[in-house]
Design a binder for this molecule. Structure first.
Ligand code: MN
Length: 242
């Protein structure tokens, strides 16, 4: 009854004018519901990686793509509040415990949140070079820095469609290279990520279009080796999370 009379009221030119005057909910408001998941701010300006990664890509990638994963998780947390009370890496390692109806969504969006949180952290302008324990591990397990870059880039280039390429680290400090589809992460298999690169087209398309290989090569210019050294030490201490 109410909807019928409302529809009647809004019929015709007067109705169109009334509809146009109704308050509009902006996309920004619907895309960022409050909740336990937070978008970490970028620890640097969006233009610091030019020309290797352009400012517009950084802005859209962080604010819109990562922002959407966070917003989607906050929506899931409305129906499954335990999601907001469990460490992210523990949820991802036990997706079987997530309710059926949202399991795929949590896999994709929480994986995306974890991967991007790591990604912003392991990049920096003037990020130095690997040294000390992490360099020794790269030499021991991955054939040295040049060989590691070659294998990492090949794995990233070989990932069909969207995904990531990671260097994983065990608690013993042993390194490996793995590519994964979508927003999957080694965290889903109880592993830890030393660092990784995003090979979704949204990470490079404005500058590189189809040239993923060129992006993979250029990306090494923005890697934060100091932070990666800290992550390596944390992995061996058992305190590395995302
Ligand atoms: Mn991304």
């Amino acid at each position: 009854m109410i909807s019928l009379s409302r529809r009647h009221l809004l019929t015709g030119a007067a109705g169109l004018a009334a509809a146009a005057a109704l308050p509009r909910i902006s996309l920004a408001q619907t895309a960022a519901p409050e909740g336990p998941f937070k978008l970490p701010p970028l620890p640097y300006a969006t233009d610091v990686f030019e020309p290797h990664i352009d400012a517009k890509t950084m802005e859209i990638h962080h604010d819109k793509h990562h922002g959407a994963y966070v917003a989607n998780m906050n929506n899931f947390a409305k129906t499954a509040p335990q999601l907001g009370q469990t460490p992210v890496e523990a949820i991802l390692a036990n997706l079987v415990n997530v309710p059926d109806g949202i399991r795929v969504g949590v896999r994709n969006n929480l994986g995306g949140h974890a991967n991007h949180t790591m990604f912003w952290e392991i990049m920096a302008p003037n990020g130095g070079a690997p040294e000390g324990d992490v360099l020794a591990a790269i030499d021991r397990d991955l054939g040295g820095l040049d060989k590691m870059k070659e294998r990492f880039n090949a794995a990233g280039l070989g990932q069909f469609g969207s995904g990531w390429v990671f260097v994983t680290v065990t608690k013993d400090g042993k390194l490996g290279i793995e590519a994964m589809p979508n927003q999957d992460t080694p965290l889903m298999y109880g592993k830890r990520v030393l660092f990784g690169n995003d090979v979704w087209e949204h990470a490079y398309y404005l500058n590189y279009q189809n040239r993923r290989g060129d992006y993979l090569k250029a990306w090494w210019n923005v890697v934060n080796w100091q932070k990666i050294g800290e992550r390596y030490a944390a992995a061996k201490a058992g305190t590395l999370t995302l």
